[in-house]
Design a protein around this ligand. Structure first.
Ligand SMILES: [Zn+2]
Length: 179
């Protein structure tokens, strides 16, 4: 990612006399490389290990921490994702679920789209009967600048398949993640 010279221009614009910042553009470039590494992969096409299973109750992985950056301000959004799916003959390694979350988090994001992308990826990889995703995040563009509403969190949810159709399954998921 060749953004060093752009970062240097931003630093000079903020403080034309800035010194002791010689290595900062390179460090910021490295940080961006890491923060936006999610474009290198498409979780839906990556080889994923699935296991046959007779499990027919919801599998839930809750409170997965994530860090992303909003595409409106390039400021951090930090929170937790909970995902659930209703298997249909196949289950997936739990760490793979966390990797799907990480991949989409390492992009410039909107929380709403992030929530849907995670759900749709789980749906296309496992082909379960239903998927549920719940995201709760603090947006620094809301809490550290502008209206500065400290302590505010944004909550988004997205459901697919049987979990979308069946209010009882949605309730089961939401009760479990709030327990
Ligand atoms: Zn923002």
């Amino acid at each position: 990612m060749n953004i060093e010279k752009h970062i240097e221009a931003i630093i000079r614009t903020i403080d034309p006399d800035a010194h002791d910042l010689q290595r900062t553009p390179a460090r910021v470039s490295d940080a961006f490389e890491e923060l936006y590494s999610g474009y290198k992969h498409d979780p839906k096409t990556r080889a994923n290990v699935l296991y046959n299973s007779e499990m027919d109750e919801m599998v839930i992985l809750k409170n997965i921490p994530f860090e992303s950056n909003c595409e409106h301000h390039l400021m951090p959004m930090i929170g937790e994702v909970s995902v659930g799916y209703l298997p249909c003959g196949r289950i997936i390694g739990l760490s793979k679920l966390a990797r799907i979350v990480d991949c989409y988090a390492h992009r410039m994001q909107l929380q709403e789209r992030f929530t849907m992308e995670v759900a749709q990826a789980i749906n296309s990889i496992i082909e379960p009967k239903g998927v549920a995703v719940h995201v709760r995040a603090e947006h620094f563009c809301l809490t550290h600048r502008g209206v500065k509403k400290a302590g505010t969190h944004c909550v988004t949810r997205y459901f697919l398949g049987k979990i979308k159709e069946n209010p009882e399954l949605r309730k089961e998921f939401l009760e479990e993640i709030n327990a």
